[in-house]
Design a protein around this ligand. Structure first.
Ligand code: CA
Ligand code: CA
Length: 293
């Protein structure tokens, strides 16, 4: 099954694009964050009519039996970008914006590589916008406790994202694929590109988490967002502390001490100044036979 309906909000009133059972494998055809409307380097972000919104997501998908308080496990089976990618500087956005013109660069992608001014580098496709729909509508360009515009470069093929479920059916959706992006997304855009994303959706009944949790080949990560680093690091480390306490039976102090030894706090997106929150992740190594979820 391939889904190509695009929406600009996580909104419980959005009609499902598909209904599936837990365990279903399905594909999403995604548009880039500009709804594929930038075709040349002569087009600047200022020229776009953004009244519809940014960062369209494909979906939503209704998962039969999903209820508020469950977790939806999303195994990312493949992320296949297609064609050209676009990177833009955005007026007033990112720590170096004072030094930069508003510029669009269009990069061809071929055989897993792109080239920028003669410098060639490997693509590492990732999903920028992903999550289940919260009870209150939120634009797809924003980040929230549900996920949304997480811009975490580890949300890619081979990883699993565990998403809190807030409404009946979960109403899962994703979009905003980047062919490649650095941590922090300094100028506010990755290599924005249309793609086809294939996932398996599995319901975990009766398990709940406050924020999305990511499982990679090597690590577990909690993801959290806030306006400032102080708030974001407290939320993301606190979420990992809770996971460790529940999974390992530790008290808060031991979880705190262990996090100082084995927990890495990393930046997903923090292109300050920016109108959306920064997103941090806190990761700990996986231990054989001792999953955190
Ligand atoms: Ca994004
Ligand atoms: Ca993006």
């Amino acid at each position: 099954m391939i889904i190509d309906t695009v929406v600009y909000s996580f909104d419980p009133r959005n009609a499902p694009a598909a209904r599936v059972d837990s365990g279903a494998i399905l594909s999403f055809r995604t548009k880039d964050c500009f709804s594929d409307r930038i075709g040349s380097e002569n087009q600047l972000i200022n020229d776009l009519d953004l009244s519809l919104g940014m960062n369209p997501a494909t979906g939503p998908v209704y998962v039969e039996g999903a209820c508020p308080g469950d977790i939806l496990r999303v195994d990312i089976l493949d992320v296949v970008p297609a064609g050209r990618g676009v990177v833009c500087s955005i007026p007033g956005c990112g720590p170096l914006h004072d030094t930069a013109e508003t510029r669009t660069r269009v990069l061809e992608t071929e055989n897993g590589f792109a080239e920028f001014n003669g410098v060639r580098f490997a693509l590492d496709p990732m999903i920028g916008v992903i999550g289940c729909t919260p009870a209150e509508p939120i634009p797809t360009g924003w980040v929230g406790d549900h996920g949304g515009n997480l811009d975490c470069k580890l949300v890619k093929k081979g990883a699993s994202l565990y998403c809190p479920v807030y409404v009946a059916g979960a109403l899962f959706q994703l979009g905003d694929v980047h062919a490649v992006m650095g941590d922090c997304e300094l100028c506010g855009t990755g290599l924005e590109i249309p793609a086809v994303v294939t996932v398996r959706l599995t319901l975990m009944k009766g398990r709940s988490i406050p924020y999305p949790v990511l499982e990679t080949q090597e690590k577990w990560y909690t993801l959290a967002h806030a306006k400032t680093y102080d708030e974001a690091v407290t939320l993301t480390a606190g979420a990992m502390q809770q996971l460790l306490m529940q999974a390992y039976g530790w008290d808060a102090t031991d979880a705190f001490l262990y996090l100082s030894l084995q927990g890495d706090v990393e930046i997903c997106q923090a292109c300050v100044p920016c109108s959306i929150d920064m997103i941090l992740r806190c990761g700990v190594p996986k231990q054989p036979g001792r999953p955190l979820l």
